[in-house]
Design a protein around this ligand. Structure first.
Ligand code: BGC
Length: 811
């Protein structure tokens, strides 16, 4: 696709190069047109082969359909799942069942709740992330769902306040890119389609939808207050937000979900630059783009801008929700019949939907939909009344109810839950616990849930926090609370366990002194922070007066261990309190939350989790420019604007660039043993000059120009377990680009990591591959990745601020 020299690019040229430069909002209010929507070509993805042959099958399938049937294939319909493509019995097609995602078959019975993306990221463990994807997909398949709505790379985590950061992985695009790739490879390896969501620059929940999205008849369309516009320059778009999606496309992801927000003024699901231009053009994406639920705001315009499937849809004679416009369905057939939309485009849409279906063998022996996948109240209740059950039954698309798909997945859930726990502080070797005589357990996040196991829409006071809220939540078919796990262990050790789970009692009425006797040897404080889709967090502090609970317990107990469960980052104002001897950031571990935490507390597992974000000293240290909360003129339909003025400088990139001290750096995490890292060596892979642009290719392969994934240099280093226990280290590699990368370029960026298990005294060589993209910047004029000339500094260490060796090379 020809490079675009347009406003978007001009704006980007003007804007990047000087991070200190003033932001000119007017440069970012237009998203350039890119038409027509590229046809799929069947080029292989490196992560999944067979596209060409599957495309032929999809082609034959498409040719056999009437126009009305094609519309059915592209329009969500009533049915048993969160999203449904209706069966077409005439051609033996049993329909598609799309389910949330991304940590469970969300509303299903007899299914698992896996650790959240945030926990997976904190494990920095490619193999466990891969296995998580595989097991989740096995559960999807067992329940008859062809499409897993996950994994998540948007939000990336520009702001720590975002209510959905935990569904995805990390604000670092490299770490998120690896996690996306491993998740997708795992999911699709068992014949389930993955869906990379939400495309793109979807970085806040506040005003994510237009004011009247769910009742558009109430206000005429052109008077609706539009959803927030994420305004960003082209370089930031590529180097942060597109980056992990490129990994997803390269892995062969079947589908991508466009997001609710606008991008540079244009709705994501009808943004031709991001869909036709970047995703299908530059990244060579071969699958289909589906809309987020009610994220479609036009028919013809969206179709021309690259949207392939409308969710949850609604065919005009059978709307999914009362009053919701049905932009596809019968409107699509009409648009073709009256010549507004060319039929070749509709054929490409159907081919894109059906190619992954054939590629993953979903036409053969795929289990039928388990009809007991529970209540998704407003949709399924309405649908049932509307007779979907009969339709799906007649099409022989429904299977047995209540299928137990959990197999032995609890083992991985427990293991990954523990692997995603980060030991932030451990004074006097407080941890691991050694069969203490007396334990005190405190805080409202220690015990069992008291308000139900499918509490996905509200911050509840009592109970541990295994998962966050919203569509990314899960029906908990069981949960092991921390208190339960500790009591079990205490029975074995003969430990006395006392507890107070009421935070108000602890903070306001001297609860500790009145209740606790004898004095515990160790006080375990369980505190939490809720985060959910649909709302941004209002604070980075703990909920339910958690900070006061910690301070109060620490005032009474000189050996206080704090365990946080949180849907994102927290500031920890009490971290330096000398009575707080250890801190665990335990994230969102899923069903086995209590056992995962127990394993780390007692040393059954040596902690190896690392922070996938930065913890600052204070909230005001962060530069979360704007999760926009208020607008000057509430009647201005275009009032909601989020200017990504910080450009490339999010999370550690910001703190490093401005040389600011932090409480706990990105990549940090302690172990019960110690590690050394040395002997960094760097070798060029070929003698050919790496500088400049990659050789142009006629057709982009999935993931973009294949040369971007060529290894240009390898780096090796030696990691040693120098302590007394077996454990796993996570050596990390950061690259500092030469000055030619331009002002505003982050000082250092993560470009490699590996999880290395080591016995006591063991030594291993670790190897990192630096690919062309890893050493490049996005050149907004050339519209390609460019390797800047000059000196590259490569540092290896155990966090973004703990380097053990450094080498340079010059290109
Ligand atoms: C969310 C998606 C989800 C969909 C279906 C939307 O509100 O943004 O992530 O897949 O609902 O539940």
């Amino acid at each position: 696709m020809a490079p675009l020299r347009d406003l978007f690019v001009a704006a980007a040229v003007a804007a990047v190069g000087n991070a200190a430069q003033d932001w000119d909002h007017s440069l970012f209010t237009n998203s350039p047109p890119v038409y027509p929507s590229p046809n799929m070509t069947g080029v292989e993805a490196s992560g999944l082969s067979g596209w060409e042959a599957a495309m032929q099958k999809a082609e034959a399938f498409t040719n056999n359909l009437t126009l009305e049937e094609k519309a059915v294939m592209l329009t969500g319909a009533p049915g048993p799942c969160v999203g449904n493509i209706a069966p077409i019995p005439r051609v033996g097609f049993k329909g598609l069942c799309l389910q949330d995602g991304p940590l469970a078959v969300r509303q299903a019975d007899y299914a698992s709740a896996f650790p959240a993306g945030l926990s997976a990221a904190a494990s920095w463990d490619r193999d466990l992330i891969h296995l998580r994807g595989k097991y989740i997909a096995e559960e999807f398949k067992g329940k008859g769902s062809q499409v897993f709505l996950g994994p998540v790379a948007g939000p990336l985590g520009r702001s720590g306040y975002n209510g959905r950061n935990w569904e995805g992985f990390s604000p670092d695009p490299y770490l998120t890119g690896v996690a996306m790739e491993e998740s997708i490879l795992g999911v699709q390896s068992v014949g389930v389609q993955a869906n990379a969501k939400h495309w793109i620059a979807y970085e806040q929940e506040t005003q994510r939808n237009p004011e009247e999205a769910f009742d558009p008849n109430a206000v005429p369309y052109d008077e609706q207050i539009m959803s927030v516009s994420s305004n960003l320059d082209d370089r930031t778009m590529h180097e942060l937000y597109v980056w992990p999606f490129a990994n997803a496309v390269r892995a062969g992801v079947a589908s991508v979900m466009c997001s609710y927000n606008r991008i540079n003024g244009s709705y994501a699901c009808q943004n031709s630059k991001t869909q036709n231009g970047i995703l299908k053009g530059e990244l060579g994406f071969q699958g289909y783009i589906m809309s987020d639920w009610m994220g479609t705001h036009s028919g013809v315009a969206s179709i021309e801008a690259g949207l392939d499937m409308n969710m949850p849809g609604g065919i005009s004679f059978k709307p999914t929700l009362p009053g919701v416009p049905t932009y596809f369905g019968a409107n699509l057939t009409e648009a073709v019949n009256n010549g507004t939309v060319p039929e070749w485009r509709v054929n490409d849409m159907v081919r894109r939907v059906m190619t992954p279906y054939f590629l993953l063998g979903q036409d053969k022996d795929f289990p039928l939909v388990d009809p007991s996948m529970g209540e998704y109240p407003s949709v399924n209740e309405f649908d049932k009344q509307d007779g979907w059950y009969d339709d799906w039954n007649k099409a022989k698309a429904l299977g047995e109810p209540d299928v137990d798909v959990r197999a032995n997945h609890s083992k991985l859930i427990r293991e990954l839950g523990a692997a995603g726990i980060v030991l932030l502080k451990n004074e006097n070797n407080t941890l691991p616990l050694k069969a203490p005589k007396r334990i005190g357990v405190f805080g409202n996040a220690a015990g069992d849930l008291t308000t139900g196991l499918y509490y996905h829409d509200k911050n509840y006071e009592y109970g541990c926090l295994p998962v966050g809220g919203g569509s990314g939540s899960a029906r908990l078919n069981y949960v092991v609370s921390p208190l339960e796990a500790i009591k079990e262990q205490a029975k074995k050790d003969g430990t006395n366990v006392q507890y107070i789970l009421n935070n108000t009692q602890l903070t306001t009425s001297g609860g500790f002194l009145k209740q606790i006797y004898p004095q515990p040897d160790v006080c375990l404080v369980f505190v939490k922070t809720w985060a959910s889709e649909g709302e941004d967090r209002t604070t980075l502090h703990l909920d339910w007066d958690g900070d006061d609970v910690v301070t109060e317990v620490a005032r009474n107990c000189s050996n206080t261990v704090v365990i946080t469960n949180s849907g994102g980052l927290n500031v920890l104002p009490w971290a330096d309190n000398e009575n707080v001897t250890a801190i665990l950031a335990a994230h969102l571990p899923g069903n086995e939350i209590g056992n995962s935490i127990l394993d780390v507390l007692y040393g059954n597992v040596n902690p190896s989790g690392k922070l996938p974000y930065t913890i600052a000293h204070e909230v005001s240290d962060y530069d979360f420019a704007n999760v926009t909360r208020e607008v000057a003129d509430p009647k201005d339909t275009n009032a909601w604007q989020a200017d990504f003025e910080e450009r490339l400088l999010i999370d550690y990139r910001y703190f490093d660039y401005h040389n600011l001290s932090v409480a706990f750096p990105f990549g940090h995490g302690l172990s019960y043993t110690s590690f050394e890292l040395a002997d960094l060596a760097i070798t060029p892979v070929s003698n050919a000059s790496a500088a400049g642009l990659p050789k142009a290719v006629a057709k982009a392969a999935p993931g973009g120009n294949p040369a971007l994934w060529d290894t240009l240099y390898t780096a090796t280093a030696t990691v040693t377990n120098s302590g007394d226990l077996p454990g796993a280290a996570v050596p990390q590699l950061y690259v500092r680009l030469p000055a030619a990368a331009g002002e505003g370029t982050p000082l250092r960026q993560l470009r490699g990591f590996e999880k290395v298990p080591l016995e006591k005294g063991e030594q291993k060589q670790v190897r990192f591959e630096l690919m062309r993209r890893d050493l490049s910047v996005w050149d907004v004029v050339a519209q390609e990745w460019r390797v800047p000339e000059g000196e590259f500094v490569v540092s290896v260490g155990f966090s973004s601020r703990d380097f053990r060796d450094e080498k340079t090379f010059t290109i």
